[in-house]
Design a protein around this ligand. Structure first.
Ligand code: 5GP
Length: 238
């Protein structure tokens, strides 16, 4: 007769195998870049870091582990892998240039407007997204990978080469998407937001990257860009 004890032992022996099936850390990364002009000209406006006004180019929003179905893991084991700026000290000059925060550290109310806080932004991105790719990238590797991806392609240059300039004029989303696809080889995701007057404008560009965080790939799923991101949208001055 099979005892309850032996059934329990057999179940326990199966556990590691079943863990392999259920644990799915992530499938790919979204590498997301924001247009600073579109972050700053909204009702909330923006603030600059102590290092001054960032250069007028797309800047990194984040490198986000994602699942093929469009969902994503968030804030994984923060306590075990806390953000520590001293671990990326050698990368700070590059991050200040390409990953500046534009969010007002004192909140969005006019009277509270101060500077933005780069370190706070990087900590937020690490806590919410970076910790979920810790199986592949530690903190230094994560930030370095994002900065290297940024250096692979200059999105503003790509658009300007196609006559698409941040001059406050309207440009076709299809033309923006095709210009990037021609240069990079893969279709980007594009999201829009609204300026203070409610006009639709180009906000963020999503590129997909493999799990090693070094190669651009075809997006398994594109972010939902919504109805406001079709036809012609503004490309604001910064
Ligand atoms: P997410 O949660 O989408 O990865 O990042 C958004 C958060 O980062 C918000 O809480 C926002 O306040 C903060 N943040 C700080 N600086 C920036 C910035 O320059 N751009 C964006 N989009 N968010 C920023």
């Amino acid at each position: 007769m099979v005892s309850i004890k032996s059934i329990c032992i057999k179940l326990l022996m199966l556990l590691p195998l079943s863990n392999i099936w259920v644990s799915r850390d992530f499938d790919f990364f979204y590498f997301v870049q924001q247009w600073p002009g579109s972050f700053c000209d909204t009702k909330k406006s923006c603030c600059f870091p102590l290092t001054g006004k960032p250069v007028a180019n797309f800047s990194i929003h984040g490198l986000w582990p994602n699942f093929n179905d469009g969902s994503y893991p968030s804030s994984c084991n923060i306590a075990e892998n806390p953000f520590n700026q001293s671990q990326i000290i050698d990368l700070v000059p590059r991050a200040e240039k390409s990953w500046a925060s534009l969010s007002c550290a004192g909140g969005s109310k006019k009277e509270n407007k101060t500077n933005s806080d780069n370190e706070r932004f990087w900590k937020h991105e690490w806590d919410k997204h970076g910790t979920c790719s810790y199986s592949v990238l530690d903190e230094h590797a994560y930030f370095e990978a994002a900065l290297n991806l940024k250096d692979q392609f200059d999105l503003l240059q790509i658009l300007q080469n196609n006559g698409i300039k941040p001059d406050g004029n309207l440009y076709s989303i299809v033309n923006i998407s095709e210009a990037i696809e021609q240069a990079i080889g893969f279709q980007p995701g594009i999201t829009c937001n609204r300026d203070a007057l409610g006009n639709r404008q180009l906000n963020e560009i999503y590129l997909c990257v493999d799990k090693s965080a070094s190669n651009f790939i075809e997006c398994p799923i594109l972010p939902k860009s919504g109805k406001s991101c079709t036809g012609f949208v503004e490309f604001p001055i910064f």
